[in-house]
Design a binder for this molecule. Structure first.
Ligand SMILES: CC(C)(COP(=O)(O)OP(=O)(O)OC[C@H]1O[C@@H](n2cnc3c(N)ncnc32)[C@H](O)[C@@H]1OP(=O)(O)O)[C@@H](O)C(=O)NCCC(=O)NCCS
Length: 153
């Protein structure tokens, strides 16, 4: 299936809220999505022939000690395990103007840990006491000089 990666716009917000099961119950997540879209820090993957319907979204910001950071990646449950998450993370990497990018996830989140490991991220620390009994694992990926040269950063 051919898919496109593009920046989310205000017209995507309703769809993003539906994709994300957490947004249904958590007003902080809803507010976060709206803020990220307005700040132009949110990207989506859609089918190329249906570009108005996001299959998943991811955010990229500088909230981690000023470093490039992926705080969130969510793929709709109907579209998981078909490469959408991988496409989102890889797409976000192309918007990084530095030699490294960070992300994080709970220890219990095996799909996200596996996704990051498969894309070349390595463990870069652990933060305790965020979610009780489920430490946050920090990941880093060192982006190749070739990629940085090619993309002009
Ligand atoms: C984590 C998440 C974004 C992965 O998205 P996805 O589109 O299903 O992932 P992909 O299909 O691109 O998978 C890429 C790789 O990740 C790993 N992976 C993804 N889902 C997995 C699962 N359920 N179990 C084990 N590995 C998994 C695999 O290594 C996979 O490669 P493979 O299919 O060639 O084996 C998705 O499960 C999700 O939205 N989860 C809920 C939100 C969340 O927890 N986000 C992460 C925290 S911010």
């Amino acid at each position: 299936m051919s898919r496109q990666f593009r920046r989310a716009g205000p017209g995507d917000i309703e769809s993003l809220l539906k994709i994300d099961p957490v947004a249904e119950k958590d007003s902080c997540r809803r507010e976060y999505i709206v803020r990220a879209v307005r700040a132009q820090e949110c990207w989506v993957v859609c089918k190329a022939d249906d570009p108005g319907v996001p299959l998943g979204y991811g955010c990229l910001d500088r909230s981690f000690f000023g470093e490039w950071f992926i705080p969130l990646v969510v793929v709709s449950s109907a579209n998981r395990r078909s490469g959408v998450g991988r496409q989102i993370v890889s797409g976000l990497e192309h918007h990084v103007c530095a030699g490294k990018i960070f992300s994080s996830t709970n220890t219990s989140n095996l799909p996200m840990r596996q996704l990051l490991t498969n894309l070349g991220y390595r463990h870069s620390g652990t933060v305790e006491n965020l979610d009780p009994g489920d430490p946050e694992l920090i990941f880093v990926k060192f982006l190749s000089q070739a990629r940085i040269d090619r993309d002009g950063f």
